[in-house]
Design a protein around this ligand. Structure first.
Ligand code: 5AD
Ligand code: FES
Length: 349
């Protein structure tokens, strides 16, 4: 699809045309990755973060947020829960937390790979190539690192420089992770203040250029205790751009559908942020408009509310067993079978 066509779809308002887009995305999903929905157990292993991303509730400047770091034993218990619930993968996710040392993460990966049949996905932010290499050697299978927006200037505006003292280049990092033989996942937020339709089209083209194995997109949800969540900032940013795509459910469905059409074989989750916007059926609609993955939370209940990336996040009052039961019911209601095994993509590169 050409850039102009992507932009036209992103701006489409005609209901019957949109029905065609959903149907085509669903057809391409069925033809390329089948009907199975793979479940990835998400373990939020720490909410410490040394970065200051302007949208994220875990940013270091939120000193009022109580911080936690799970112990390796606690993580292993959650991984065993994931096995018990029949999941094929665990995703170890955290803020950028040097308090989890690289060798401790490597030990944890070895433990999970030795004790369980799980695939291990890491979502631990911008670490060093040496650390990524160590974790890959320990048995990690996949790495998630969203580039958030392909618009470099906008990216730099909302990502203050990190400890290395220069703006991060996540696209280069994803290529590095690919070279280390990880399956790689990335994605963007939709409706970031100041973002344009052309930016979103470029995001989709970047997914294709990177030949991503996994693509996660979700709406930007303002967090009031972050710079981008403050009303003044939001108004200013929106006022300067007539082009601003809304951070809503419809725009998220369009991005999921178009991600499926541009990257037919990718694993695409129907995300928690989407469920947060429409708890009743957001996740199900995502799965019927291109997605084939869901990521049930298996983090111990006592930590969930503290992993407050954005407010009113779905599933913070439920425990792992509840989410497992809930999601299986939701999948059954739309006639989609639960995937067996690890649910890896078959690389076509
Ligand atoms: N709204 C929506 N998504 C967010 N993320 C972080 N903060 C927010 C927010 N306020 C997303 C980012 C990050 C992922 C873990 O969560 O895309 O990569
Ligand atoms: Fe957690 Fe439904 S998936 S409550």
């Amino acid at each position: 699809m050409k850039t102009a066509e992507l932009i036209a779809w992103l701006q489409e308002t005609d209901a019957s045309r949109l029905e065609q887009l959903w149907a085509e995305a669903d057809r391409v999903r069925h033809a390329n990755v089948g009907d199975e929905v793979h479940l990835r157990g998400l373990i939020e292993i720490s909410n410490y973060c040394i970065r200051r991303c302007a949208y994220c509730g875990l940013r270091v400047e939120r000193t009022e947020l109580a911080r936690y770091r799970m112990t390796p034993d606690e993580v292993m218990d959650s991984a065993r829960d994931a096995v018990k619930f029949g999941y094929g993968t665990v995703v170890l996710q955290a803020g950028e937390d040097p308090g989890w040392r690289a060798d401790e993460i490597a030990d944890l990966i070895r433990c999970i790979k030795c004790e369980t049949p799980l695939a291990v996905t890491l979502s631990l932010g911008e670490r060093t190539p040496d650390e990524w290499r160590l974790w890959r050697a320990a048995g990690a299978d996949r790495y998630l690192l969203r580039f958030e927006t392909s618009n470099r200037a906008r990216y730099d505006l909302i990502h203050p420089v990190g400890p290395q003292g220069r703006p991060s280049d996540r696209i280069a990092m994803l290529r590095e992770l690919r070279a280390l033989d990880y399956e790689i996942g990335s994605g963007v937020m939709i409706g970031i203040p100041g973002q344009t339709y052309a930016d979103l089209a470029r995001d989709l083209e970047t997914f294709r250029e990177l030949n991503l194995d996994m693509i996660g997109v979700g709406p930007f949800i303002p967090h009031p205790d972050t710079p981008l969540g403050q009303a003044g900032h939001r108004q200013d940013a929106c006022a300067t751009t007539a082009e601003q795509p809304p951070a809503n459910e419809l725009m998220t469905f369009k991005m999921i559908a178009l991600a499926r059409l541009t990257c037919p074989r990718a694993n695409i989750p129907s995300t928690t942020a989407l469920a947060t916007l429409n708890i009743k059926e957001g996740r199900e609609l995502g799965l019927q408009r291109g997605a084939n993955i869901v990521m049930p939370n298996v983090t111990p209940l006592k930590y969930r509310a503290l992993y407050e990336i954005y407010p009113a996040k779905a599933c913070i009052r439920e425990d792992g067993a509840h989410c497992n039961f809930c999601l299986r019911g939701r999948l059954a209601s739309i006639g989609r079978p639960v995937g067996k095994g690890q649910g890896s993509v078959r690389r076509d590169s």
